[in-house]
Structures are given as structure tokens and as C-alpha cells.
Design a protein around this ligand. Structure first.
Ligand code: CA
Length: 167
């Protein structure tokens, strides 16, 4: 409240007839901000697993894009803002770790430079793969088969680390 009164004192006196909507942005939450859904890109070539993940994420209030191949994922990433990615490593057209390297890379593939959190979802569970994924900036690693709760809590924490840290 202190912050708010300070802001209001600093604001220019209202001009007759001018809208004050701009100054009110801090005080009144816009319905817009509470209804905008976070967008998760599911990259997974198994239709069954993708459907399971889609259902779980939509039920938890997310919007989703789906890609069954790395090629489709590149296409989606080029033209959309994504808040989090779930990444299968065994994709038909490219290894998931190579895909991750490419979208993070500042060299070749830097046309994307994707910075959003990436959660690995894979049957692979060797230490080398986990370490490489971490080095490439993956924020979580879910071994298949994983529980819905683990998927949702990983995505929640990835998109809102402060809010969800204690949960
Ligand atoms: Ca796969």
C-alpha cells in the first residue's frame, strides 16, 4: 500500500477527460492477467503419452502445443511464445539432447535462442544423459513412466519457481 500511495503522488494530475486507466494498472488487477494461460510445448512422438500429458496439463490450467517430431517443434518455436517445454529424448528425426543443444545454442541454430525452461521426459536414465541435459540447461528430468503429479509440479515450478518453491 505504501508503494501504491507513493506512485499515485508521483503521477501527474489527471487531465480533464483523460483516461486514468494507465495509472490504475498497479491498483486494479486486470481480468486479462488472471486468465492468460501459460503455454507448454509437449515434444513427444508417442501419441498415447502426448494425449496423457496434454490432458494433465490442460486440466491443470495450461494451454499446450504438441509436436511429434523435432521438425514440428522447431516450426512451433519459430512463431510462438512458449513458457515451458517438455522434451522426449527419443524422437524419430533428432535426438532430444541435440535438439536441446540447438535451441539453446548461440552458434548454429541460434535463430531460436530459446530460454524457456525445459523438462526432460525420457525412458533414458543413465548418469551421462542426465548430466548432459543439466549442462544444456534442462531444469528437471522425469523418468518415464512418471506420475501426473510429478509432471504438473515440475511444470508449475518451471514456469513460476518463486510461487511454487515451497509446494
Ligand atoms: Ca520417444
Amino acid at each position: 500500500m505504501k508503494m501504491l500511495s507513493a506512485v499515485m503522488k508521483l503521477a501527474a494530475p489527471p487531465i480533464m477527460g483523460a483516461s486514468t486507466a494507465y495509472e490504475d494498472n498497479d491498483a486494479i488487477p486486470l481480468p486479462f492477467s488472471s486468465t492468460v494461460k501459460r503455454m507448454v510445448l509437449i515434444i513427444e512422438d508417442s501419441y498415447g503419452i502426448r494425449a496423457f500429458m496434454r490432458h494433465a496439463l490442460i486440466t491443470s490450467g495450461y494451454d499446450v502445443f504438441e509436436a511429434g517430431t523435432a521438425f514440428e517443434a522447431y516450426r512451433i518455436l519459430r512463431s510462438n511464445t512458449i513458457d515451458a517445454i517438455t522434451l522426449d529424448l527419443g524422437l524419430p528425426d533428432e535426438d532430444g539432447l541435440e535438439f536441446l543443444r540447438a535451441i539453446r545454442s548461440e552458434g548454429e541454430g541460434s535463430f531460436l535462442a530459446v530460454t524457456c525452461p525445459v523438462i526432460i521426459c525420457s525412458v533414458r536414465d543413465d548418469r551421462g544423459t542426465r548430466e548432459t541435459a543439466k549442462k544444456l540447461g534442462a531444469c528437471a528430468y522425469l523418468k518415464k513412466p512418471f506420475a501426473i503429479d510429478d509432471l504438473i509440479s515440475s511444470v508449475n515450478e518451471a514456469v513460476d519457481p518463486v510461487v511454487n518453491a515451497q509446494n
